[in-house]
Write a protein that binds this ligand. Sequence first.
Ligand code: CP
Ligand code: NVA
Length: 309
Amino acid sequence: MKDLLRVADLSPHDLAHLLDRAEHFARQPLDARELLSGRTVLLYFAKPSTRTRISAETAVVRLGGTPLTVGPAELQLGRGETIGDTAHVVSSYASAVVIRTFADDDVKAFAQAAHVPVINALTDGHHPLQALADLMTLREHVGDLRGRKIAYVGAATNVTHSLMEATALAGLSMAVATPDAYRPDPAVEAVARKLSTGGQLLLTDDPREAVAGADAVYTDVWLSMGDAAEEKESRVAALTPYQVTAELMAAARPGAIFLHCLPAHRGEEVTAEVIDSPASQVFHQAANRLPTAQAVLEALLTRTLAGAL
Ligand code: CP
Ligand code: NVA
């Protein structure tokens, strides 16, 4: 397996391996610090980022390499050079490429033409690095993930999609509560159902049904990067009943944690009372982005992952 473009690229064993290595890097951050010695990793960000960019850059440094971060204005891509030519050329310099952009197909095309590992750092459809940190955080809280349950409440996003695939691979159950207009992509739903290793996947429009028995309640922004700003008003109207409140948290399993990929909007998808409560693990979850990024880079650079196929 060369690239990580979505969680479904991984086998259940790959996922467990990455979580184990991430826990290892959390304890021993500078283990493997020779891996990228004298080498570079290109990070291309066409959308803003706080966590992904800085954790990935730091992960490269911890593995002994030098991160080179560029945006669309700095590459000839913006002046019409093809994705294929860019990927071909960059593969001669960098040992891996981390890409945050809009279309999943663009990252796929880049990966196909690149000779080095390509990592999806968020597209419109997927956010695999986030899902790894999410499962790592829950595993630290509950131990063995099998048989546990995550409830996702709000609008389905790239984060939801990756979490659906990750929970399926890990044997977790997941319930996704959204209004009808903001349900997960049916194609991702089908993949998640196919990948399932024992957990249940429930799609519902009822937040209380979703959180019943959940070990973690998760939400994401109501308007993602790339969504039309004019949609804001209609989204707020449709999604307000899906706000994660203290009352909703009380309907989850006792001791349930609150998760959010961040950035968060207090008073929209979650109340300040919940995200700033002791049940909230959001900052620890964000911190886990660093060891999980190290684990992914290490595994792809050493060709440790078998892949799903
Ligand atoms: N959660 C996440 O990916 O955050 P950034 O957009 O800040 O990278
Ligand atoms: N769904 C959000 C996630 C941000 C990390 C977005 O794509 O903007």
